[in-house]
Design a protein around this ligand. Structure first.
Ligand SMILES: [Zn+2]
Length: 140
């Protein structure tokens, strides 16, 4: 957070300094100092936000690619929906792309439905026999 404030102050100082230089040169050629200053400040902010957007987008893409690389390939033997021939296919389970394969036998296109099923892990009930035994003794 503190770092971001520092970056903001730094970049703003640079923008204001450059704008002042531009406005000064405009003013020396008998131009309007204030108008040149406002124009160059806004121009630089538009330029920086544009470049910043591109850089940001690039890093988002990079991160996404890394996440995709982490996903392991799945291999499976699937029957062709047309001729029932068994095909060995390998794919990366990406949620955006649908998985398709072309059959080796009839060269028809197949779409793979990936279904994940979830089951609860059942724990065995442990009978506490020593407790039951002592209760029986005290009752007798
Ligand atoms: Zn087939």
């Amino acid at each position: 957070m503190k770092n971001q404030v520092l970056v903001f102050v730094k970049s703003t100082t640079v923008v204001l300094f450059i704008s002042a230089l531009i406005s000064l040169s405009v003013w020396m050629f008998k131009g309007n100092f204030i108008a040149a200053f406002i124009l160059s400040v806004s121009f630089q902010y538009i330029l920086f936000s544009f470049i910043g957007g591109i850089i940001n987008n690039y890093f988002v893409q990079q991160t996404r690619q890394k996440e995709l690389d982490k996903l392991e390939q799945l291999s499976s033997i699937l029957e062709c929906s047309s001729c029932k021939k068994a095909n060995v296919i390998t794919f990366i389970p990406d949620e955006k792309e649908r998985v398709e394969f072309v059959c080796d036998g009839c060269t028809k296109k197949n779409v793979v439905n990936i279904v994940f099923s979830v089951a609860r892990v059942t724990e065995p009930i442990i009978m506490n026999s020593s407790n039951t035994a002592s209760a029986t003794i005290s009752n007798a």
